[in-house]
Design a protein around this ligand. Structure first.
Ligand code: GDD
Ligand code: MN
Length: 400
């Protein structure tokens, strides 16, 4: 028994309860066995379980986990098929947990498992709801990140503090622990998108939370690679906008607009190419409009509405509906722009207001028509769940 675990076993917590550690994985085959071994060493003497949530990793991380689970029933493997996402993996793992306390940590050894005991005791010994492992307080640090990544992390941390206030120095931390009843409070309000699950939990809580912090130094990843991507960053930006506007500007709307801007680019490229090929302006414009619409539909289906993605034959209906919706938006766009031009006399302003109104109209109809069936299905299953457990969740927390 090393020093840390001896400390854990000796020091009686004022209350104690099972600790469920949720570890999301994607291609962590090289890390997961060592991580589980390291965690079980530091948690010796405690009642714990570890739930690895693997999104059907191509390197078959789940096989390693299952192998360990056969040997030790405290290790569990939750394999998700056909889905991806750090936040949603963590939420599902936490929902499957049996502990009174739930911890979240990465599988790649960047989070120092030796402070798990300290975090656990913070929750046991105090009335704290959340214990955050922070890189930005006390002895904490980011290790040897390059200047670019450090700047990015600082910026993201600063923006997220606008959302959660001064409750923690590191709202972007992926390393934290909380009481299980907090999850039951917020589960219907979580956006389940992107990487920032702690931020999401803190921002969704409806009561003041007591947050304790434990500093740690973020380690360098030695095996495997980071899964952070442009998509993850875009999702983060939309989450921030949604939370800062208190849900008034849905994250889906922001993504929809981003896709729309790319659509304009596609439109201009096609128009330019058809002109270069000697096609007349009107034919070129028509072709460009059509291709840009197909592009927008496809990208929205893959990105904005990924959770409710249309597939198979539903795609054909979706394309037709989307094109019809876009013509309504285009009509509104042109009419508003004309009106604005006569009223304001400035063509850039007129163009912008037309595009904005067109975008809002496109979004509100497409959101309610094109992807509505799939979204309603998701909502219906949540409602059903709620009916089965009427006291466990607050109905007003349900999101569409
Ligand atoms: N199940 C599942 N599904 N797990 C995933 C997915 C996914 O789509 N994407 C990543 N993971 C797992 C990884 O396998 C790893 O165990 C953990 O989530 C963190 O992923 P990394 O890709 O290593 O993230 P990072 O190191 O760039 O970011 C970390 O530090 C950030 C702070 O700068 C994470 O802890 C972030 O949450 C944290 O904000
Ligand atoms: Mn990592």
């Amino acid at each position: 028994m090393d020093q840390k675990s001896a400390m854990l076993a000796d020091e009686e917590c004022s209350t104690s309860g099972r600790l469920s550690l949720v570890v999301p994985t994607y291609n962590e085959r090289a890390n997961i066995t060592g991580l589980v071994a390291a965690v079980s060493r530091v948690l010796e003497g405690l009642d714990w379980e570890i739930i690895v949530v693997d999104d059907d990793s191509p390197d078959r991380t789940f096989e390693e986990v299952r192998r360990m689970a056969v040997q030790d029933h405290r290790v569990r493997c939750l394999r998700r098929v056909g889905r991806r996402g750090l936040s949603s993996a963590v939420i599902e793992g936490a929902l499957a947990a049996s502990g009174e306390f739930i911890g979240v940590m990465d599988a790649d050894f960047q989070h120092d498992e030796r402070i798990l005991g300290v975090m656990y005791r913070k929750l046991c010994d105090t009335e704290a709801d959340v214990a955050v492992a922070t890189r930005y307080d006390g002895q904490g640090g980011v290790g040897d990140w390059n200047a670019g990544r450090q700047a990015m992390s600082r910026l993201a941390t600063w923006v997220s503090r606008l959302v959660v206030g001064g409750r923690t120095t590191d709202p972007m931390s992926g390393f934290f622990m909380f009481r299980r009843d907090l999850l039951d409070d917020v589960v219907y309000d979580l956006s389940a998108q992107g990487y920032k699950i702690l931020l999401d939990i803190l921002a969704s809580a409806r009561r003041p939370l007591r947050v304790e912090e434990v500093p740690f130094v973020f380690r360098v990843r030695t095996e495997g690679e980071s899964k952070i991507s442009a998509m993850v960053i875009a999702e983060y930006a939309t989450l921030m906008i949604e939370k800062l506007s208190h849900g008034f500007v849905p994250g889906r709307f922001v993504l929809f607009c981003m896709v729309g801007s790319l659509g304009i680019l596609v439109h201009m490229i096609v128009l330019w190419a058809s002109r270069a090929a000697g096609v007349g302006f009107e034919e070129g414009q028509l072709m460009a409009t059509f291709i840009a619409m197909l592009f927008n539909f496809g990208l929205n289906n893959e990105v904005t509405y990924r959770r409710w993605r249309l597939s198979g034959t539903a795609i054909y209906g979706g394309v037709v509906a989307f094109c019809a919706v876009c013509s309504i938006g285009a009509l509104a766009n042109v009419s508003v722009a004309e009106l604005a031009l006569t009223e304001l006399g400035s063509w850039p302003l007129a163009g912008l207001s037309g595009a904005l109104i067109g975008g809002v109209i496109n979004f509100s109809i497409a959101d309610n028509v094109v992807w509505q069936v799939a979204r309603r299905r998701g909502r219906a299953s949540s409602l059903q769940l709620q009916r089965m457990q009427p006291n466990a969740y607050r109905p007003e927390g349900l999101r569409g």
